[in-house]
Design a protein around this ligand. Structure first.
Ligand SMILES: Cc1cc2nc3c(=O)[nH]c(=O)nc-3n(C[C@H](O)[C@H](O)[C@H](O)COP(=O)(O)OP(=O)(O)OC[C@H]3O[C@@H](n4cnc5c(N)ncnc54)[C@H](O)[C@@H]3O)c2cc1C
Length: 508
């Protein structure tokens, strides 16, 4: 009997995009070899332990957590949840306090609208318009199972009709940045809430899209945290027969006659395959793995234009007797510095929603995420390399500054907060090699486009996936790009890509 050789797909990176590509490759009859530079999978979708406590480093909301959505089926297909009921839906997207007034972004959209109208009757017209847009966004489910340029006529028409109805909302929100939009409101508390709900120069579209996933019960959180979420995918990939090599950094992509035929790793190992799929920043693919022999000007231009890469500092504390608070509670503080920016607010995230994972007796894990951008990344990175001791001192000071301000707001917490850990944009870069320490890819602003080409011109059998080819990133985009790239390779190989529902593991 003739043995049929399965084409091999080498995947660079075992984040969500890499694991998805590996799983879909195996499901479709390829052999996948996933190579990951770190000793663990997950990439930016991660969590870690300090002083015996699990600290989550990623998912605040998971688009596609609602059963029966296309995205949910995709998450199920890659076995990201052990049990499909392991999703926690939150009551709000956050509450923003300003001069004693609290503005909640309830998941119940009618309740939120009513509360906002009570807070700011002077903004009735704008508030009505805002919640109309939220409802419009709730009514559209964008297709995810297939790439946008390969939807087929029937799906195109279906999506086209549903989008047409809400087109004015889409157009308006794409073209206006959130901080400018906030100025339409007279009430300072509402204005502050809209501005901080998505700080920085992101457009209103991203903010409304995120909020509408919560109001549609499609932005829940996986129980057990982000690390488990990625580990579930890893286990399934191995069960399918995929090969995973951890602590294996790809140093070079081998090209023969301008065709990718394998990679060379940090261990000097040469691994041969029929295709190479990268899930890291295209900047690193071109400059490091292809030794700058190819150009990717369109991608590199994105860094040059006013096109911020969002990153952050994450500060973790264990808090005794935390008062009843919304999961995300943002309040004003006296000024403090983080990176190159001055802040006068703190967003306190408490993880009480998943007590098994984050609560021990009367002690709860809380985290403060401070938004950082490109200049801040360079600040932290330069500090680390020029003055390591200074870097650690600045981190310690920041942990203390924020702790003091939490106590200023919640006097009853004096002596009840223990700092656990702090990460900076430099940390993300060091552990995931993400360009500029980005925790997502480019911010979706009123001036940039979402997609980037998945190919490097002139190189055959090399494909790009991951958050960097689909702004603004996030785990759903990582999932989608990982899946779509395998669909493209299937098409090239004239293989009918197996549908999500039909896949079964056949054990020999
Ligand atoms: C604090 C935080 C909060 C977030 N919150 C959310 C959220 O609520 N919802 C949401 O949807 N998204 C969220 N995200 C974003 C989300 O985590 C990312 O967009 C997504 O995980 C990116 O996945 P990826 O596979 O594209 O890339 P990555 O996760 O960056 O994976 C790339 C992998 O490649 C590896 N690698 C790099 N170079 C090499 C090499 N040369 N050889 C081998 N391996 C290499 C890296 O180590 C990494 O594991 C958050 C991220 C952070 C950090």
């Amino acid at each position: 009997m003739a043995i049929i050789r399965r084409p091999t797909i080498i995947v660079v990176g075992a984040g969500i995009a890499g694991l998805t590509a590996g799983i879909r490759a195996e499901q479709n009859g390829f052999h996948a070899i996933v190579l990951e530079s770190q000793p663990v999978v997950g990439g930016l979708c991660t969590g870690w332990y300090r002083k015996g406590r699990y600290l989550d480093g990623c998912i605040h909301w998971l688009t596609g957590s609602k059963k029966d959505t296309e995205l949910f089926k995709m998450w199920q297909n890659v076995h990201a949840f052990k049990d499909e009921n392991d999703i926690i839906d939150l009551d709000t997207f956050g509450t923003y306090e300003y001069d004693g007034v609290q503005v909640p972004f309830y998941a119940d959209v009618d309740k939120a609208e009513k509360t906002w109208l009570e807070i700011a009757p002077e903004d009735k017209k704008e508030i009505k318009k805002f919640f109309k847009m939220v409802r419009d966004f709730m009514s559209v489910e964008t297709p995810c199972n297939r790439p946008m340029n390969n939807l087929g006529l029937k799906t195109y028409l279906k999506v086209g009709i549903s989008v047409l109805k809400v087109w004015p909302s889409y157009l308006l929100t794409m073209k206006i940045d959130t901080d400018k939009y906030a100025l339409k409101f007279k009430n300072p508390a509402i204005r502050n809430a809209i501005k901080l709900c998505q700080p920085g120069p992101g457009n209103l579209f991203s903010m409304l899209y995120s909020y509408s996933t919560i109001t549609s019960e499609n932005g829940g959180i996986p129980k057990g945290g982000s690390k488990l979420f990625a580990e579930n995918m890893k286990e399934y990939f191995l069960e399918l027969g995929g090969t995973l090599k951890l602590s294996t950094e790809v140093k070079e992509i081998i090209l023969e006659k301008k065709k990718a035929v394998g990679v060379i790793t940090n261990k000097g190992e040469e691994i041969r395959g029929d295709y190479v799929v990268t899930t890291i920043s295209p900047e690193l693919v071109v400059n490091n793995l292809l030794d700058s022999k190819y150009q990717l000007n369109s991608f590199m231009k994105r860094f040059k234009k006013n096109n911020p890469v969002p990153t952050c500092c994450l500060l973790y504390y264990e808090v005794e007797d935390l008062p009843e608070l919304d999961t995300q509670f943002t309040f004003q503080t006296k000024e403090f510095i983080c990176g190159t920016q001055k802040f006068n607010h703190i967003g306190l995230r408490n993880y009480r929603y998943d007590p098994e994972t984050y609560v021990k007796g009367n002690k709860t894990i809380v985290c403060v995420l401070i938004d950082q951008y490109d200049d801040d990344y360079f600040y932290w990175d330069n500090l680390y390399y020029s003055n390591k001791e200074g870097y650690y001192n600045v981190k310690e000071k920041l942990l203390k500054d924020v702790q003091d301000r939490i106590v200023d707001r919640f006097k009853e917490l004096k002596g009840k907060i223990t700092p656990l850990d702090i990460s900076t944009p430099h940390t993300f870069k060091r552990y995931t090699n993400s360009s500029r320490g980005g925790f997502m890819s480019f911010l979706f602003t009123s001036k940039n486009s979402m997609y980037h080409a998945e190919k490097i011109r002139g190189v055959k059998n090399l494909y790009l996936a991951g958050q960097w080819v689909s702004s603004p990133g996030g785990v759903p985009f990582a999932l989608m790009t990982g899946q779509h790239i395998i669909q493209k390779i299937c098409r090239k190989e004239s293989i009918k890509c197996i549908s999500l529902n039909n896949f079964k593991i056949v054990k020999n």
